[in-house]
Design a protein around this ligand. Structure first.
Ligand code: ADP
Length: 612
């Protein structure tokens, strides 16, 4: 209970921060909706009294006009405020999503990659599918709740005199004694409890069925994505996956999904019928009570009309409140996931130092690193200096720690022990902007986005077209881009733009290289930069490599040892340790060294290397 209240308080503070006008507007709308039926009740009672009394035409006309006028005014108010309410609610939803996206972008990579955090993100997006937006739902609930409360308050104000009448003994017998009233109140209280329980149950039924149906729907969508995505089209066809997909997804959704929906509507229809029956019984009891007391002449005909009208509103007020309480269980998980994501702390802190980016020198000093949750260290006591303008090749078997070394250098992770210095300054004390400016990286599993070539390269900044083309040319992909329908303004891939172009793995790698060149950072890191290139393209890139990295510090990871020879230094990793460091010739002379082993092994299978 305390947890629910805590999350609600936080959520309302957030709604206020996102859209300050939304809560006051919701309250105005709710009070107006709650009070509206009582205008009719009040004026009907006055009109009946007038008709059974003086029957003055002018009074009757005034009453009718006032009733119509007030109804009209409330209707206008509602019509006028509703579009603003809907618009603010949509904006709230957008802002809620943007806050999550912003957080995911700002969060340090280590946290983002963490499996626990990934699970949280997954749970959040799943719950978004169920409740759409907890904040927008909360506004709806606030409106329903306040409408219910306003209705109850108005009803009780009108009914207050009945309490005195109910407790007054007017003679002998049950209907004359206060017990009549006490029994009615007890009956009403029990009915309220049952209605609350039933509404809660209905909400739970829908919630659990949406969860079950949502799972099927997700499966269906996931399979449909596989079928519609041309990237997986080859495997689907060659391995005849479509039969499995149809059986697992389509049939499941049609049969199991239909059963779930049918059962749910049956169950919730039953609950709604019980609520309606209880409402009718309560209404009957109330009418009997008011009728009997009216017959005894304890109140006027005007009061009779008011009392009956007001009593019936109690049921509607309670149902409104019950519905909001039932919804609470539904949105709470979504709120919890939202706050756990946006409140997740980045472990990585940035400093404020700036360094001269003209030429940079890097030093690893006794760096140890272990992935969060891993048993063993992935990098062990790495000490290494990369001089200004030096070209360093990093080699080693799979899993020896090369990519992790790069991740630490780019500050995607921080060392557990030791330090990484750039121009003598600890990487952790640099400002975030400075860190970002330092590196141009092409990862082995680089990603290009479904945006235009130019947007991919400039990350949305105003493009310097001549330089952009020069970088494309240096990466040997300018001709290919020129052949695209709108040259560098052509979109890559077809996910967003149906006119987008499909590029081959090699072309994509060249584009990724061009993007790294365009960034013009002082440290260039290329992780297997030519893996997807054909030998001719690879040769061309190497020829240009010196020009690429002219004046920059370059780090280069490759499995093809023959292509590392143009580097000044080669660092050899084995099982997370830096086991050798030196020039190609010097390392080859170490007969028992890891480099020689790798070289010999490759020379055996890789013809051009053997020919050297
Ligand atoms: P290389 O680039 O030399 O192939 P990596 O640096 O990618 O090697 O990986 C070194 C070791 O760290 C491997 O054993 C790998 O399984 C492990 N590793 C890599 N990334 C993670 C991660 N995110 N979490 C846990 N272990 C990881």
């Amino acid at each position: 209970m305390m947890r629910t209240i805590r999350y609600y308080c936080k959520a309302f503070r957030k709604i206020f921060a996102f859209e300050p006008l939304l809560i006051p507007l919701t309250l105005v709308l709710a009070v107006a909706t709650g009070a509206k039926p009582f205008i009719n009740i009040y004026f009907s009672a006055r009109i009946v009294a007038e008709l059974s009394g003086a029957r003055s035409v002018s009074t009757l006309t005034t009453l009718v006009l006032l009733c119509l006028g007030l109804n009209f005014l409330l209707q206008i108010l509602n019509e006028w405020l509703m579009p603003t309410f809907s618009m603010l609610r949509s904006r709230l939803y957008e802002k809620e999503r943007m806050e999550i996206e912003h957080k995911l972008f700002m969060l340090d990579f280590a946290k983002l990659e963490n499996s626990g955090f990934q699970e949280l993100v997954h749970l959040h997006s799943e719950s978004m599918e169920k409740v759409f937006s907890a904040f927008a739902q909360l506004c709806w609930m606030l409106r329903e709740f306040v409408t219910g409360v306003s209705t109850l308050v108005c009803a009780f104000i009108i009914l207050a005199p009945l309490i005195r009448i109910g407790f007054t003994k007017t003679g002998e017998g049950f209907v004359h004694s206060p017990w009549f009233f006490i029994v009615l109140i007890l009956f009403l209280a029990i009915s309220v409890v049952i209605i609350l329980q039933l509404s809660n149950k209905t909400s739970r039924i829908w919630f659990s069925s949406m969860e079950r149906y949502g799972k099927l729907n997700r499966l269906f969508r996931c399979y449909r994505d596989i079928l519609s995505n041309y990237n997986s089209g080859k495997e689907v066809r060659l391995y005849k996956e479509q039969d499995l997909i149809e059986k697992e997804a389509t049939e499941a959704l049609l049969t199991k999904g239909e059963t779930i929906l049918y059962e749910t509507s049956q169950q919730s229809a039953a609950a709604s019928s019980y609520i309606a029956i209880i409402g009718a019984l309560v209404g009957f009891g109330v009418y009997v009570f008011i009728g009997v007391k009216g017959l005894l002449g304890l109140f006027t005909i005007e009061a009779l009309v008011r009392y009956t009208g007001a009593f019936m509103q109690i049921i509607s007020g309670i149902t409104s409140i019950a519905m909001t309480l039932g919804k609470s269980a539904e949105i709470l998980p979504n709120l919890e996931y939202f706050f756990r994501i946006v409140e997740a702390e980045s472990n990585m802190q940035y400093g404020t130092k700036e360094i001269n980016l003209e030429k940079v020198e890097i030093e690893f000093r006794h760096v140890w690193f272990r992935y969060p949750g891993a048993k063993d260290y992935t990098l062990k006591d790495i000490s290494l200096k990369i001089a200004k303008g030096e070209r360093l090749a990093v080699v080693g078997r799979n899993g020896s720690g090369k990519t992790t070394f790069i991740k630490l250098l780019c500050r995607l992770y921080d060392p557990d022990q030791g330090e990484i210095l750039v121009n003598g300054v600890d990487l952790r004390t640099l400002s975030k902007a400075c860190c970002m400016r330092l590196f141009s990286v092409v990862f082995q599993d680089f990603k290009l986005f479904s945006l235009s070539v130019q947007e991919n390269m400039t990350a949305g900044e105003t493009p310097d077209t001549p330089r952009l083309r020069q970088c494309l040319a240096e990466a040997d992909v300018l001709e290919r881009v020129k052949r695209m329908a709108q040259a560098e303004n052509t979109s890559l891939y077809k996910d967003i733009d149906k006119e987008g172009v499909e590029v081959s793995g090699g072309e994509a790698q060249k584009l990724a290289l061009a993007r790294a060149l365009y960034k013009d950072a002082p440290i260039v890191v290329l992780d297997e930069p030519t893996a997807a290139l054909d030998p001719v393209a690879e040769h061309r890139i190497y020829q240009q490599f010196n020009a690429f990295v002219e004046g920059k510090t370059a780090i280069y990871i490759s499995h093809r040892l023959s292509s590392c020879r143009f580097c000044d230094t080669i660092a050899v990793f084995r099982k997370g340790e830096l086991v050798q460091c030196g020039t190609h010739d010097a390392l080859l002379k170490e007969e028992t060294g890891e480099y020689k082993k790798l070289w010999d092994a490759q020379a055996k299978y890789y013809l051009p290397a053997k020919a050297e």
